[in-house]
Ligand binder design. Sequence first.
Ligand code: UD2
Length: 370
Amino acid sequence: MLNTVDMFRAALRINVFAVLLSILLLIGALYIYSGNSHSFRWIFQQDNFPMTHVSTTSCEVQEYVNNCGNWSIGEFRMKVGLKYAQPSTQKGRTDVNSVTNWNAPLVWEGTFDPVVIDAIYKPMNPRVAVVVFAVGKYTRFLKGFLQSAEKHFLVDFRVTYYVFTDNEQDVPKVELGSARNISVVPVPSAQHWQEVVLGRMEWATKAIDNQIRSKADYLFMMDIDSVFHNRFGAESLSRLSAVLHRGYYKDSHRDKFPYERRPQSKAYIPAGEGDYYYTAAVWGGYLEDMYRLVKHCYIQAQEDSKIRIQAVWQEESHLNKYLLYNKPAKVLSPEYLWSDYDPVPADIKVVRVSQLIKNYKEVRPNAGNR
Ligand code: UD2
């Protein structure tokens, strides 16, 4: 039989337990609220905010909704009271064209406001995969690339660098921001640099299938022998973003572009056709769109090799052919890949990434200039 004291103690224990449980539940609720509603608290609020403010801010946002479907329209509404310079319909860059003839943005410094861009993209919290190859002596470029990317590439976004290398020990320990990682993907060594350059398409296709697909929303392919110098931000994100090659952007006649001109090759582009000449050293987009394009380059190069032909600029030739018939959603100016080989002209207001000067004979496995 329980006496009165025992009953009192039992009641006290139950009360203490109930209070502790309530506190735990309260902490849990607050934690969930602060995590999930981060974007609402910071940028997007107020369900009665008109839709037009969203769609005119960026067609890219609408595209993301259509493709990813992860966010309701309400989540793209700008924070009421966010301060940024008023956009103008009259003033802007006049020295360069900032729209293509298929009405896609052509991105230059001065054509976007980073405050607005970040306010749109950061709350989406996309996962970005960066695929780089560092095979043979190219591991020497990893440190400079990664350290500078941490300062300038999609800062405060979730980024995973997939480093494809034949020498894991040479992957440097680099201090990374939060939610940023390096994932090493082993690949065999190569006898010829062409094996690496074209092999990238095959290895990247397989890696997307095997390990990247479930972990990324966007994917960039980048050359490793380059260094970031300035912001390379969310203004670069789109379904498919291609960078104008610095050597051919100043209204070169399209027949002078170094497209593949042999009809036997799958990369063939006939004279009289072409929009721009894009570099294969930086390109990016939605994971699935990039997968289609990377795989396309891989398959087309394989078809070429069956008849013992190699496109004049390897995967870059296949990339240019694809983009002629499948227009990119954004075209990035050569700010997004300049080169230390060339002086910077007046219309390049900001060099965001620059290719390093390298001794081709020394770094490539089979010596010889390109
Ligand atoms: C140009 C293009 C490049 C590609 C190549 C094809 C530019 C700035 N770059 O670069 O995108 O189209 O021509 O011919 O327009 N790599 C290794 N180990 C090697 C060789 C290459 O890891 O032994 C990787 C590395 O990531 C390098 C990339 O492949 O950055 C491209 O090779 P490259 O830099 O030698 O080619 P490059 O400078 O002629």
